[in-house]
Design a protein around this ligand. Sequence first.
Ligand code: SAM
Length: 285
Amino acid sequence: MAYLASPSATKAVINKYSFAFQKKFGQNFLIDGNIVREIIEESGIGPDDFVLEIGPGIGTMTQYLCEYAREVVAVEIDKSLIPILEDTLSEYDNVEVINEDALKVDIKQLVADRNDNKPIKVVANLPYYITTPIVMGLLESKAPIDSITIMVQKEVADRMQTGPGSKEYGALSLAVQYYADAYVVAKAPASCFMPRPNVDSSVIKLDLYDECPVQVKDEALMFRIIRASFNQRRKTLANGLKNAQNLQFSKEQIETAIEQLGKPLTVRGETLTLEEFAKLADLLS
Ligand code: SAM
């Protein structure tokens, strides 16, 4: 089977199987060999690596992953793509395709079962409608993951890297920055995909920290506080925390903690840095 990363090869597979693109699954397949090779190169995968690919589509990037990595597991939700992948990946004996919703896969268990608990690499051209839950799920899984190299909507890549003061700043920015060093490694215009999306895309690499640079006593509490602060962006931090269903602090406890943080009671959560959220969580824990 020839490489699929071109408009003609992709069209040939689509026609052979009368495949109908499903918008609800965010299907925009890569048709540009240069960008696929760039993703593979930037992901840094080598012959010792176990790679998890989320959403292989017709197998365009999977082909390259199979050639560079020791073993590849690809999780694809759309069952009509399974027979296609059997065909396009038939030359490779180091790949397993799992027909499953990636959000339902127990990543920690997968790494334990399949890679002896040794760190894996994740590579994906993500379906844009579930980028945030997938990235949050990977980061919060606590599975041994070395790096996550993903194609995402350009604005989402920006959101992952931004800090206080930007309207893009939010729970995703803080989670990414708590767990990883994140940097954009490539840009991809809409012309790299079939069908063309309405947005530009970026490839962002998250190198996960062995040890988080910010120390916090109760990580789960910090993220509940972060979510509560951004759920009601227009409200003050104090009100956001008071109104949160999953936080049980009194008005006095919250106000004392904000004062001890050195902030006025009118402060909004969106102005706090990761370090300040960690300190606030420690004050409240
Ligand atoms: N990797 C292929 C490529 O680059 O050409 C396809 C990328 S396409 C943007 C996203 C892929 O993710 C599609 O194949 C889609 O069916 C699949 N997908 C969507 N939602 C998914 C989910 N919840 N779990 C696993 N795969 C999913």
